[in-house]
Design a binder for this molecule. Structure first.
Ligand SMILES: [Zn+2]
Length: 87
């Protein structure tokens, strides 16, 4: 389903490489660092101290995912990019 969606998005995409969205890593999700711990028990406290959050940055054209640690302030500014993860 995700693949079809991505293909559709590619179809409608006019070729700017700025088309991506963020999926927040929730506190109860596994941490992105593969420690096996939950985010809230791993990197979250440190990020919270720095007013940062871990997000998955997902390209709408290729579906490529990368982990970004971005500031809460920036995330608020780019709120329109934040989508909830569809399982
Ligand atoms: Zn971690």
């Amino acid at each position: 389903m995700k693949k079809i969606l991505n293909n559709l998005l590619t179809f409608f995409n006019t070729g700017d490489d700025d088309s991506f969205y963020y999926v927040r890593i929730e506190r109860n999700d596994k941490c992105y660092c593969n420690s096996g711990k939950k985010y809230k028990a791993c990197h979250y406290p440190d990020h919270q101290k720095k007013s940062k959050l871990a997000v998955k940055k997902i390209s709408e054209t290729t579906g490529e995912e990368s982990i970004k640690i971005i500031s809460v302030k920036r995330l608020r500014k780019e709120y329109y990019r934040v989508k909830s993860d569809v399982h």
